[in-house]
Design a protein around this ligand. Structure first.
Ligand code: CDP
Length: 268
C-alpha cells in the first residue's frame, strides 16, 4: 500500500505535520480530581486522575512516596474495525505499564508518602497512536489535579513510511509503514521517558525520527499548556468549576429541615 503520493501522505499531510484536529480540554469530569479530553485525528480519549488518596490495597503502600498506577483501556466500540476481545488484554496491560513508568518518572511522589495516584485512560475512539494521545491527555489531567510534576509530558510517534521518516502516524501508516516509535518527551529536561519501536531503522534514521519527534512534541505541549491555562481561567471565574455543559447539582429537596422553637433544646 502506497502511503506517500507526490510527497504528501494519504490525508494530505507533509512528513512533519501532525494530524488534525488536535484539541485538548482540561477539567471535563466532575468527580475526578483532574481530567482531560483529547481529540487527535480520529482518536477520542478521556483521562481521569484520582489522588493523592489513601492507598488500597494497603500492601501496595510505599512508606516513602506515592504509588502511581495507570489503567489504559479501549472501549468495545473504540475502533473502526473489529478488534477482537474487549476488556483487559495483553496489549492494554503493556500500554498501562509503560505509561505508568512515564509518570513515575515525572511525578514528585516523595511529597505524598503512603498514598496512591490513579490514572485512568479510556479510549473512546481509536485510530492509531492511542498510547501517545492517551498519555498526552493524562499529563494534562495530572496537572489539572494539581499533582506536582517535573514537567507536563507530551506524547508523539515518529517512524518510517514508504522509506521516509515522518511523525504522528494514523492507523494505516502504523499498520502498513516500516517502523513506528512512540515517544513520551519532557521538553523541559530534554528527556525521553517512553521509547518503543517496531520495525527496523538505521542509526541515522532513528536520530532523524527523534529530532522530528521533539519538534512535534513542542506543538503538542503548546496545546497542553493552552488547555491548562483555559482551565485555570475557568476556575478563577467560576470558583470550583463544574464540568462544562453539566449544570451544578441541586440538593434533592429545597425544603429546610424543621428548626427547634426558640428556647427549646435541640433533641438528640
Ligand atoms: O494505539 P497505539 O498505536 O498506541 O497502539 P498499537 O497497539 O500499535 O495499535 C495501533 C492501532 O490499532 C490502535 O490505535 C487502534 O486504532 C488499532 N487497534 C485496534 O483497533 N484494536 C486493538 N485491539 C488494537 C489496536
Amino acid at each position: 500500500m502506497k502511503l506517500i503520493v507526490d510527497g504528501k501522505r494519504l490525508d494530505g499531510r507533509s512528513l512533519s505535520d501532525l494530524r488534525t484536529p488536535l484539541a485538548i480540554r482540561a477539567g471535563v469530569l466532575n468527580k475526578a480530581d483532574g481530567s482531560a479530553y483529547i481529540e487527535w485525528g480520529n482518536n477520542k480519549i478521556l483521562a481521569a486522575v484520582y489522588g493523592p488518596k489513601e492507598c488500597i490495597p494497603r500492601h501496595d503502600i510505599n512508606p516513602y512516596k506515592a504509588v502511581v498506577r495507570c489503567r489504559y483501556a479501549m472501549s468495545p466500540f473504540a475502533s473502526f474495525e473489529e478488534h477482537g476481545r474487549t476488556g483487559p488484554n495483553r496489549r492494554s496491560r503493556e500500554i498501562s505499564k509503560v505509561i505508568q513508568e512515564v509518570f513515575e518518572n515525572v511525578i514528585l511522589a516523595e511529597q505524598f508518602p503512603k498514598t496512591a495516584i490513579d490514572i485512568f485512560i479510556e479510549v473512546l475512539q481509536a485510530d492509531g497512536g492511542t498510547r501517545v494521545a492517551g498519555l498526552t491527555a493524562a499529563a494534562v489531567a495530572l496537572a489539572d489535579a494539581g499533582i506536582p510534576m517535573k514537567d507536563v509530558v507530551a506524547g508523539i510517534a515518529a517512524g518510517k513510511i514508504d522509506g521516509q521518516i515522518a511523525v504522528d502516524f494514523g492507523k494505516y501508516e502504523d499498520n502498513f509503514g516500516e517502523s513506528d516509535m512512540p515517544f513520551a518527551i519532557s521538553l523541559r529536561t530534554g528527556e525521553i521517558l517512553l521509547f518503543q519501536m517496531d520495525g527496523m531503522l538505521t542509526k541515522d534514521e532513528i536520530a532523524k525520527a527523534i529530532d522530528m519527534a521533539f519538534e512535534g512534541a513542542k506543538k503538542v505541549n503548546e496545546l497542553q499548556v493552552k488547555a491548562l491555562k483555559a482551565r485555570y481561567v475557568e476556575k478563577e471565574e467560576k470558583g470550583a468549576a463544574p464540568a462544562p455543559g453539566i449544570p451544578p447539582q441541586e440538593p434533592a429537596s429545597a425544603e429546610q429541615p424543621p428548626q427547634p422553637a426558640e428556647g427549646q433544646e435541640q433533641p438528640y
